[in-house]
Design a protein around this ligand. Structure first.
Ligand code: SF4
Ligand code: SF4
Length: 368
């Protein structure tokens, strides 16, 4: 007996697949499944988070609907995956946010933007909001740097703490002792697998999305999004080092490192999410977990808006639009930060941990 209906269904499918084994070369899920004869809740959550939703095992399966066995591994694991994130959420009282994530993000984003606009006007003379400010320190005419750093530092720390607590619960539930020392080789293998999206390729042919013709579109858009995000994060980190260690205040010139990194990352975060959104709307409904469409779309749109408002700020920072655009950008980023632990963003962390465990299992069995 399992804790939920979807885990019962996942157990049924894994039992069928364990007899069939036709898909064992497609991804990591099937080899990990073959290491087991029965499945605990933790095992099924582990397999669900190991799945990259490439869709190949649905297209290839001779038992997929309308066959009476009704085998739909991608959709079943997608639902189990999303339910696992809610189950591991910290604090538990917020786990229901996953179910209404789209609405929650919209409301939090709208109020964050409004709070920044009113906050700027209240902190300073409201004429400052639409005034022209140029040169080093121009942004801080609207909000002192220390206030900005404290606000975003607290939001970021909260998000990272909540994420770490959720991942810790997952790690324990999949049977790994908390505090156990994981060998660097497994960590490194998982970094390589995650960094290449090794298992989002349908066993080498590409991802199945809208039909039975595989492509690499989702992989390319995901790479643009992921590396775009990392570059934007690097830009913010370098700017922080500039401020505190070199005494250099933003905004910086076009050729300065934070701007170069931010511009490249911003490009990735515009094209990647736009492409992922287009692929999502084209996706075969048989593969889609309709209940989480709002969560997926909200996260993709927030990433896109973060980049769009950041690039608009870069282009118009020497004009009177700078104040409202800065409020808009900070409002979107703030909303993104505080909703990170309760939406699609968490998939990267859970998937990475599942990959670490998979690498560890393979090493323990002498397979790599
Ligand atoms: S998804 Fe279908 S074809 Fe693939 S292993 Fe399972 S039962 Fe076999
Ligand atoms: S959808 Fe792709 S990654 Fe997920 S189990 Fe099927 S083949 Fe593996």
């Amino acid at each position: 007996m399992h804790g939920t209906r979807i885990l019962e269904e996942a157990d049924r499918l894994m039992t069928v697949c364990n007899s069939c084994r036709y898909c064992e070369g497609l991804c990591a899920v099937f080899p990990a499944m073959e290491m087991r004869r029965s499945f605990s809740d933790g095992d099924l959550n582990y397999l669900a988070n190991l799945c990259h939703a490439c869709g190949a095992c649905y297209t290839d399966c001779q038992f997929s609907p309308p066959h009476e066995f009704n085998v739909n591994v991608p959709k079943t694991l997608a639902v189990a995956r999303a339910e696992s994130w809610a189950a591991y959420a910290w604090p538990r009282a917020f786990s229901s946010l996953f179910a209404r994530n789209g609405l929650a993000i919209s409301l939090i984003a709208a109020s964050s933007v409004a709070a920044f606009i009113f906050g700027f006007a209240a902190l300073t003379d409201h004429k400052v909001l639409v005034g022209i400010h140029t040169g080093p320190g121009a942004f801080y005419a609207l909000m002192p740097h220390n206030a900005m750093a404290a606000l975003f530092g607290v939001a970021f720390l909260y998000a990272m703490t909540a994420l770490a607590m959720g991942v810790r619960a997952f790690w324990r539930d999949i049977g790994e002792p908390v505090g156990m020392r994981v060998e660097p080789a497994s960590l490194w293998q998982a970094i390589k697998d995650a960094g290449q999206l090794r298992y989002l390729d349908g066993g080498g042919v590409g991802c199945f999305n809208e039909d039975e013709r595989p492509t690499d579109h989702r992989k390319v858009y995901h790479h643009l999004t992921f590396y775009g995000f990392l570059l934007c994060f690097a830009a913010t980190s370098v700017a922080t080092l500039y401020h505190y260690f070199l005494g250099r205040e933003a905004p910086y010139t076009w050729w300065d490192l934070p701007v170069v990194l931010g511009t490249l990352g911003g490009f990735g975060l515009l094209v990647g999410p736009a492409g992922l959104l287009a692929e999502k709307f084209r996706r075969d409904p048989a593969l889609v977990d309709e209940k989480r469409t709002g969560m997926d779309v909200a996260f993709i749109v927030m990433l896109f808006l973060t980049s769009l408002t950041g690039i608009a700020l870069l282009l118009l920072r020497d004009t009177a639009a700078m104040g409202p655009l800065l409020a808009l950008h900070l409002g979107v980023v703030f909303a993104l930060f505080i909703t990170l632990p309760y939406g699609k963003f968490v998939h990267g962390f859970y998937r990475y941990v599942a990959l670490v465990r998979y690498a560890r299992e393979r090493r323990m069995m002498g397979l790599s």
